[in-house]
Design a protein around this ligand. Structure first.
Ligand code: CDP
Ligand code: CDP
Length: 221
């Protein structure tokens, strides 16, 4: 299923809309590198919380962000962010504390600038490591980070379905509050690119969604 040429796919959507599981499935079927940009904001948020640096856009935050060294560690086909040489613990990244604070940090232009070039550099990293393409997921991938992506996908699912998915995962998360904050911020809000393929997956299985995206990848290759 590897496409004939290197393909760049941007996936955006609200919390629990299926971005990560769909992107992982597509990456494995198409031999792509998968980049979860939500984990970048989670990692920066966690580093700030650990250091007691508040999300106030102040001088202390700016100085702290300037000192962060970001690098990638590729495990199977997933590029994981390392902060100062270490991959953050996955459970801590998905904890209730990070869930409730991450959108406040992600709304700050200084935080977004900190990860922007790192995120864009992932395309060349994927190419240089011989992947068939890259699939990058987040909130502003099709609109800001990779506006020239070959394929843009916007995933949607109704609120009740998304809440139920998080409950099934046993995770504490106020997804409606997070979506509201992500949609209303001034810098790079959560929104679909004008040319995105919208997939409402409230009533679709994960396999069906993956299949639709794989088909779209084959079309643009
Ligand atoms: O997995 P889930 O959809 O719950 O969240 P995530 O993708 O891990 O993203 C966590 C948070 O990071 C989001 O609620 C946004 O505040 C922020 N984020 C962002 O602002 N821009 C992105 N490209 C990705 C995530
Ligand atoms: O990355 P994001 O927060 O957008 O969502 P996710 O972590 O991929 O998906 C949240 C949960 O919904 C996971 O447990 C998925 O297995 C499930 N899911 C589903 O049941 N049906 C889909 N079409 C997509 C995701």
């Amino acid at each position: 299923m590897r496409p004939k040429r290197f393909v760049i796919v941007a996936v955006d959507g609200g919390a629990a809309s299926g971005k990560s599981s769909t992107s992982r499935g597509v990456a494995s079927r198409c031999e792509f590198m998968h980049v979860d940009t939500g984990s970048h904001y989670r990692a920066v948020c966690l580093a700030c919380l650990d250091a007691g640096v508040p999300a106030d856009g102040g001088e202390r935050l700016d100085q702290f962000l300037k000192k962060l060294e970001l690098s990638a560690s590729i495990e199977c086909n997933q590029a994981r962010i390392q902060i100062n040489g270490r991959v953050p613990d996955e459970n801590r990244l998905r904890s209730g504390a990070v869930n409730s604070e991450v959108s406040r940090y992600a709304a700050l232009p200084s935080v977004r600038e900190t990860v922007k070039s790192y995120q864009r550099d992932q395309v060349e990293l994927a190419r240089s490591r011989g992947f068939g393409g890259i699939i990058m997921e987040g909130r502003d991938i099709g609109t800001v980070i990779l506006p020239d992506a070959d394929l843009k996908v916007f995933l949607e699912a109704d609120a009740a379905t998304r809440e139920a998915r998080r409950r099934e995962e046993g995770r504490e998360d106020q997804i409606a509050a997070r979506d509201k904050q992500d949609q209303s911020r001034k810098t790079a809000p959560l929104q679909a690119a004008g040319d995105a393929l919208h997939i409402d997956n409230s009533k679709l299985s994960l396999e069906q969604v993956i299949e639709r995206v794989v088909e779209a990848v084959q079309h643009c290759a």
